[in-house]
Design a protein around this ligand. Structure first.
Ligand code: TXA
Ligand code: MG
Length: 347
């Protein structure tokens, strides 16, 4: 299949290009598009065959449900059983934005969207290209991250091209995504409100309006079964082995330096994931800077790109510095832990 790559400037959107994308969606085809978090692989969320082709293009396990993306609140009513008072308050404060909400689903939805669950995930993105595409299509757009299953989520169009070229008819290049990690997933459908996946809308930020908020057990203990099916996979995974180090930064650097020496003596190609503030502590191995510890949002926005870059260099092993676990650090550490397949050294 020929893949058409179209560039759209998010500050000056060419409506004709959006129309071409929306037409493909209406015709049951796939279009990759930017959101503020990561690129999505979109299809008509009400068309079972179109949704099936998402799973196929990604190689995604069929037990992992998708998020429906909407551009106005009216679109939510046919998709869910009810919107609670609390959900309205959360929506009011955080939509459009990097927050996905789980609702009890309506009977209108094809089972394939929700992988057979009674609940459905919905998000209203705040990226202008995503908003225009959804409203022009006039449909809820089902969209997982636009990577091959198991690869890090794409944060620029180049990543989408690597994974989807020849598999889908259109990729909309809207530049680098802003946040770089997937949306927070918040479940308001059960007994108590739960964060199923941490993201840029943080526990600390949500707690003000949801005092009884907790994390799904799986987020603190990788051995507990997750409520969000996607969390059980070794996502975001680099090809190389990855080890994550936590503790005082002096101890982390010392340990990484000593392991790097040993590994290189054994002819291993070693990648070191450092930060702007710590990079000069390392003088061996392939050192890459993943943002700044003072502004952890920059670590979030660079993380998946850096993992892809290490893969391109064919390193055998990545030694990565951890960050503090509060605020956005939660989401960063969640993705790093998954990339490392749970291999953590606490110093
Ligand atoms: O930022 C994002 O959320 C991006 C952009 C494209 O919007 N999308 C994204 O989709 O990350 P995906 O498919 O890669 O991740 C969706 C996550 C998965 O972990 C999935 O298991 C979970 O949401 N999910 C979807 N429906 C669910 C449901 N009904 N109950 C629990 N978890 C659900
Ligand atoms: Mg994904």
């Amino acid at each position: 299949m020929d893949t058409r790559i179209i560039k759209i400037n998010k500050k000056e959107i060419d409506k004709n290009l959006i129309k071409a994308g929306a037409k493909l969606i209406q015709d049951g085809k796939l279009v990759a598009f930017p959101t503020e978090t990561v690129y999505g692989l979109g299809a008509n969320g009400l068309d079972r065959q179109a949704v099936e082709s998402i799973y196929k293009a990604k190689g995604r396990p069929s037990d992992n449900p998708l998020i429906l993306h909407i551009s106005s609140i009216d679109q939510i009513y046919p998709l869910v059983r009810e919107v609670s008072q609390l959900a309205y308050e959360v929506i009011e404060k955080f939509w459009p934005g990097p927050l996905t909400l789980i609702f009890e689903k309506s009977h209108l939805l094809p089972d394939i969207i929700t992988a057979g669950l009674d609940t459905v995930a919905i998000r209203m993105p705040n990226h202008p290209i995503a908003q225009e595409l959804i409203s022009e299509a006039g449909l809820p757009i089902a969209a997982p991250s636009a990577n091959l299953s198991g690869k890090p989520s794409p944060t620029n169009a180049g990543h989408v091209i690597e994974d989807m070229m020849g598999k889908i008819p259109m990729i909309i290049d809207g530049g680098k995504t802003n946040i770089g990690l997937e949306s927070t997933v918040l479940d308001l459908s059960g007994e108590g409100p739960l964060i199923l996946r941490p993201g840029a809308i943080t526990y600390e930020g949500l707690k003000d309006i949801i005092p009884n908020l907790s994390y799904d057990n799986h987020i603190n203990n990788q051995n507990a079964a997750p409520k969000s099916p996607g969390q059980k996979y070794r996502h975001y995974a680099p090809e190389a082995e990855m080890i994550l180090f936590t503790g005082q930064i002096e101890d982390i650097a010392e340990e990484i330096n000593s392991r790097t020496r040993d590994l290189m003596n054994n002819n291993k190609k070693v990648g070191i994931m450092a930060t702007k503030e710590t990079k000069d502590r390392y003088n061996k191995g392939i050192v890459k800077v993943v943002g700044s510890r003072i502004h952890r949002e920059t670590i979030a926005s660079d993380l998946f790109r850096i993992i892809r870059e290490f893969d391109k260099e064919n390193v055998n092993i990545i030694l990565a510095e951890g960050v503090e676990m509060d605020n956005i650090g939660r989401a960063i550490m969640n993705r790093m832990l998954k990339a490392a397949g749970g291999k953590v050294v606490n110093l």
